[in-house]
Design a binder for this molecule. Sequence first.
Ligand SMILES: *Cc1c(COP(=O)(O)O)cnc(C)c1O
Length: 356
Amino acid sequence: MAHPQPRSSVAAIPAYVPGKPSTPREGLTTYKLSSNENPYPPLPGVVEAAHGAVSVMNRYPDMGNSALYAALSARLGVPVTHLAAGTGSVALIYQLLTAFCEPGDEVVHAWRSFEAYPIAITTAAAVSVPVPVAADGRHDLDAMAAAITDRTRVVLVCTPNNPTGPAVTQSDLDAFLARVPEHVLVVVDEAYLEFVRMDDAVDGVATYARHPNVVLFRTFSKAYGLAGFRVGYAVAHDPVAAALRAVSLPFGVSHVAQAAAIASLENEAALLERVDALVAERDRVVAGLADAGWTVPEPQGNFVWFGLGPRTPELTAVAEAAGITVRPFAGEGVRVSIGEPEANDRLLQLARELRP
Ligand SMILES: *Cc1c(COP(=O)(O)O)cnc(C)c1O
């Protein structure tokens, strides 16, 4: 009997493995360090704005995201027409590939990197061209430039790289962009931008302003703590941003999400203080790990990477026993989000007990 068949590429889509929730335990507070979420509860002003938006749930949201675009345009100093919002920046990856790739076109990206990339690429019936990250978890931008062919339409640069941690420098990005043909789009995925503290850090807005083929992807999910509301945005020149808007899901970004994102921008100073506190915790974790004999790739996001290979299940199990749920990548390593100080203490405690 003939059944309706999805496109052949659908069967090839890798599964997305979400970070597991923490397991409730009798007499022990457990912590979820598996999804790079912000451990702080929302700020009061943001909660109020979201509550206000709830009362008009019978109406469709503003499809044009106009108030959000106005707020972002003022905040970033970019034209409103250079913005495209989506249901998380993950949605923008899908939108970009839908808008720019024909079936069979190639998309170059680092690997291990964000697990949504190969999923979105395969969904678009494009071809994933993974380029291994260096031993220190950094993008190998030379190898990525060398991987560009006549079929390449898009290159994804994840900085800081999820899950390995390091960020690319402005000099390295500039040298890379000089080698990329002008018709190839370069996505700079800055999901963890607010956590970056390094010399020669990428200035995304200045970079996109100089390069019509550069697209910035940003999100309210991580530093801004709105992961559950699904709102991210792209910054790109007119034709690219217009294409991203054209293929977007109509009314995708909910009224509540738009209101919370705008309120987050208004409360940005308080939010960024929390980011500073998380960065201080990250530094404390890195120092504690070094004291215990562990070296991890330089983390510039809100997570650390243990490239343990076959010992991945061991660290995962020991962490679970200590009441912290981490994100294992089978056979490769473990990503641990920076969480509450108590959660980070437990990570350091088990790092002292385990052999590096
Ligand atoms: C978390 C993350 C995103 C964005 O997630 P959304 O919640 O969809 O905005 C994008 N890129 C990377 C590398 C991430 O880790």
